[in-house]
Write a protein that binds this ligand. Structure first.
Ligand code: IMP
Length: 200
């Protein structure tokens, strides 16, 4: 069976990746940080989502000697000059919680009253790294939407409770995992990845 390591410590991301493949018919044995001792902590030192995804995939593939999938993702808010971007997970500081990050974002957007001025998008860069060949596949997914003025919903993770995807009047945190995977940045990147891995 095909074995792929997910280079992430984020349980929300790991669940979404596994859930996407549950209904795909492709048998993959997913391995995560829980399956290895001393799983590397990779510094996100790049200046783009793609660079960071490559750094995470390469380091973990080198450590495990296995095919490794990495996702680097985040939120770009137009009225904040595309912030928090690659700093999404540490927007409110190094040890910030998701709630700290959402509170900071809502505060910074406090003066932006009109919903049409609150546009944003989630971006996901996904990389598959082979320990012998290096980068063998990469793809990107984008999900457009608006930032709401208050939190709604308790599903998902990160900025989901304040992100309203285009075409919806609910936040991402009010969608179940299957609905989110159909429209999300990660779900779209996973569709591209699935096309590649289908005949692997
Ligand atoms: P990464 O681990 O550096 O890729 O950090 C991704 C960060 O972007 C997360 O910690 C969240 O703050 C945010 N993010 C990425 N994808 C999502 C999502 O699907 N929903 C909500 N927030 C997300």
């Amino acid at each position: 069976m095909l074995e792929i390591v997910i280079s992430s410590r984020n349980p929300g991301k790991i669940d979404e990746i596994k859930a996407f493949f549950l209904s795909s018919g492709k048998d993959i044995r997913w391995l995560t940080c829980r399956d290895f001792k001393n799983f590397p902590e990779v510094a996100e030192a790049g200046s783009t989502f793609f660079e960071n995804a490559k750094l995470k995939a390469k380091a973990v593939s080198k450590f495990t000697n296995k095919l490794t999938l990495a996702d680097d993702s985040g939120l770009a808010v137009d009225c904040l000059n595309k912030k928090p971007g690659i700093y999404s997970s540490r927007y409110a500081g190094k040890n910030a919680t998701d709630k700290n990050n959402r509170d900071k974002l809502l505060k910074e957007m406090g003066n932006v009253k009109k919903i049409e001025d609150r546009s944003a998008r989630f971006i996901c860069s996904m990389v598959l790294w082979d320990p012998k060949k290096g980068l063998i596949f990469n793809t990107e997914g984008i999900c457009e939407g608006k930032i709401g003025t208050a939190e709604k919903g308790d599903k998902g993770f990160g900025y989901d409770p304040i992100f309203i995807p285009e075409g919806f009047n609910r936040t991402m945190a009010q969608l179940d995992q299957e609905e989110k995977n159909k429209i999300s940045h990660r779900g779209k990147a996973l569709q591209g990845f699935y096309s590649f891995i289908e005949n692997f």
